[in-house]
Design a binder for this molecule. Structure first.
Ligand code: FAD
Length: 311
């Protein structure tokens, strides 16, 4: 039932954020390689070079790609600056390869949880570097307590750069109004997701047909406004709706799916001629990412374990 599913997801997310456990995994010569191998079902690896390697492999198969250096809620200025420097290294590396890799990031990874100005300065530096390299940044959306700040920072950066997109969560009741606002400024891609965060009861629209129709309504608003939109979901009915309706073909609509999830569907959609982007992550926080994917969809634990044993 949904209560115990929620309890399971919450427990896993606490495990993911447990600092002692994180230290232990990092230092354990025994567990680190086994768990990393399991995580590689969903994460490119622990270092940038692995991210680039997987990106090239996907590129050769005809997918577009997004790359993220995993992290969130960084709590010291030094760590925020380190994250900024790693993103800078990522942009530098992507500027040399084939064009088109999109860089994704959480603002709380580069400073939002410490100081809004710090995250803005870091965002500005990355947007400027990405602009020169002809790359696009897309800001992720975090829990609802941060929505106002994230949207305000996106609005400010959009006044100076045209290459910064934003993610919006269909599950929040406020999002239709936010989308109307976002459509009035900037020109970056709008990525629509259902929403990954466990919000308070009554503060979000649960997975349902109502949420599906809202999701499609948001995509339609972007299409009507002529704005580039990323349909970031694995929900087959939504994706079939996109590929069956001519209106979405030829428009600036693409499908974006997480690496390692519903790869069968991603391939079908790509082979059917729809642009499909794969969202790829790397970094030393792979353990956090693995726990999130399992919390979202518990059967993933079997896939991860099988991969680890096979490896
Ligand atoms: P669901 O209704 O959750 O799932 C539909 C079906 O997809 C499921 O029945 C299952 O078959 C399959 N599926 C879904 N998740 C998994 C999984 N983990 N493993 C295996 N199968 C699965 N969320 C945010 O809150 N902020 C963000 O910035 C953000 N960025 C994202 C970027 C991209 C490119 C993507 C694809 C997702 C992002 N998300 C983000 C996560 C998103 O909000 C959802 O939590 C996630 O996509 C699962 O929802 P869904 O749309 O696939 O639909």
């Amino acid at each position: 039932d949904s209560l115990s599913e929620r309890a399971f997801a919450d427990a896993l997310k606490s495990v993911a954020r447990n600092l002692q456990l994180k230290q232990y995994v990092r230092q354990s010569a025994e567990w680190y390689p086994i768990l990393l191998r399991a995580a590689e079902r969903f994460v490119a690896g622990d270092v940038l070079e692995r991210g680039l390697f997987c990106r090239d492999a996907l590129d050769a198969q005809g997918y577009r790609t997004s790359l993220e250096y995993i992290g969130e809620n960084t709590l010291t200025e030094t760590e925020c600056t380190q994250a900024f420097q790693e993103f800078s290294r990522l942009i530098e590396a992507c500027s040399k390869g084939r064009p088109g890799t999109r860089i994704s990031l959480d603002l709380s990874h580069i400073g939002l949880s410490v100081d809004e100005d710090l995250s803005y300065r870091h965002l500005e530096g990355l947007a400027s570097q990405a602009e020169v390299a002809g790359l696009e940044l897309v800001i992720s959306m975090e829990e609802s307590a941060k929505t106002n700040s994230i949207l305000a920072l996106h609005r400010n950066i959009s006044a100076r750069f045209t290459n910064v997109g934003i993610t919006l969560q269909a599950q929040l009741p406020r999002t239709l109004e936010d989308l109307e606002q976002v459509l009035t400024y900037g020109s970056g891609t709008i990525r629509i997701v259902k929403g990954a965060y466990q919000e308070q009861e009554g503060q979000y629209i649960p997975r349902s047909e109502t949420l599906t129709s809202r999701y499609i309504q948001m995509v339609d608003l972007c299409v009507q406004a002529g704005r580039a939109v990323s349909v970031a979901t694995h929900d087959e009915p939504i994706l079939r709706h996109m590929t069956r309706n001519e209106v979405y073909r030829g428009a600036a609509v693409e499908i974006e799916m997480l690496y390692g999830i519903r790869t069968d569907l991603a391939k079908q959609l790509k082979d059917d001629g729809f642009p499909v982007r794969i969202y790829l992550t790397y970094g030393e926080e792979w353990f956090l990412y693995l726990c999130h994917r399992i919390a979202e969809h518990p059967p993933n634990i079997y896939d991860a374990v099988t991969r680890s044993i096979a490896g």
